[in-house]
Design a binder for this molecule. Structure first.
Ligand code: HEC
Ligand code: HEC
Ligand code: HEC
Ligand code: HEC
Ligand code: HEC
Length: 144
């Protein structure tokens, strides 16, 4: 999988304070698995973002002051639910729903754009269609 990496000397000339640019489209030819970077997308509630050490597998990068453990994450997320709604990636990927179903074809995207709206309606209409639970307390803690 990392054959290409050997010949790679891409220099990311960004300062640590700036958000590190990342384009899925640019990385599409590498055919990486999503969980290569979003490590807990199949096992956790959150998908999570990669540490810079993951990037450094391929990018020799003396220009940045990023620690290996710093995560490469957007300043403002495209996908973000309010605190009062419960969502779990593991429960959905466990039900064999592809990432693309909710996030679209990210490999064609320079910047990630929203496919699944962050609304209750979007969740509930798929739950109805796929006979998944629609009881309020599946997604909301009641009695507070
Ligand atoms: C080489 C690492 C890498 C791979 C592989 C990768 N991503 Fe990402 N992804 C990132 C990084 C870094 C970000 C955050 C940067 C940004 O959005 O500006 C991100 C952001 C995202 C976001 C946006 C989250 C938000 O709320 O803003 C989604 C959705 C996403 N990725 C889905 C996927 C899916 C689905 C796949 C597989 C088809 C995938 N990614 C493969 C590195 C990767
Ligand atoms: C498996 C190897 C691999 C990994 C892992 C990887 N990249 Fe890349 N990256 C590449 C390759 C190959 C290119 C060149 C693509 C091209 O020429 O368009 C590239 C291009 C880029 C570019 C564009 C550089 C330019 O000259 O415009 C940026 C920025 C970048 N990667 C950031 C990241 C970040 C941030 C991460 C970690 C979240 C990451 N990459 C992880 C292989 C990788
Ligand atoms: C059923 C729809 C659905 C599926 C399938 C899905 N996601 Fe998500 N994703 C979401 C929602 C909703 C959020 C926002 C979650 C929140 O704010 O609690 C999200 C958030 C994210 C984020 C933002 C960061 C984070 O930690 O949550 C990334 C990255 C991401 N998803 C990647 C993936 C990947 C990779 C897959 C496939 C393995 C995937 N998603 C499958 C709906 C989905
Ligand atoms: C693409 C269709 C689809 C979308 C969109 C979707 N879900 Fe689901 N969801 C499912 C399926 C299928 C299951 C699994 C049902 C099962 O395991 O029997 C599930 C399971 C769940 C569960 C676990 C239910 C349980 O029994 O414990 C929760 C919580 C949940 N979804 C919340 C959400 C939220 C919140 C959203 C919107 C942000 C959302 N879902 C969007 C299809 C979807
Ligand atoms: C499949 C998951 C799911 C189920 C089932 C669900 N909700 Fe929601 N609900 C959400 C999400 C997601 C939001 C929007 C969160 C956000 O704005 O980020 C939301 C928002 C809300 C809001 C805030 C107002 C609004 O419309 O944005 C209320 C009130 C609410 N839900 C009540 C309920 C009640 C009552 C039930 C049962 C009849 C229910 N929900 C069932 C996921 C769900």
């Amino acid at each position: 999988m990392l054959r290409l990496a050997v010949a790679l000397l891409v220099c990311l000339s960004v300062r640590a304070a700036d958000p590190v640019p990342f384009s899925h489209k640019r990385h599409a030819p590498l055919k990486l698995d999503c969980v290569y970077c979003h490590a807990t997308a199949k096992t956790g509630e959150r998908a999570s973002y990669p540490k810079s050490s993951v990037c450094k597998t391929c990018h020799v990068d003396k220009a940045t002051a990023l620690a290996k453990t710093d995560r490469i994450e957007p300043e403002t997320s495209v996908y973000m639910l309010a605190e009062f709604a419960y969502f779990s990636h593991a429960k959905h990927t466990g039900a064999k729903i592809a990432c693309q179903k909710c996030h679209g074809e990210v490999w064609t995207m320079e910047e990630v754009t929203q496919v699944l709206p962050m609304t209750m309606k979007a969740c509930v209409s798929c739950h109805r269609a796929s006979h998944a639970p629609t009881a309020c307390n599946k997604c909301h803690e009641l009695g507070q």
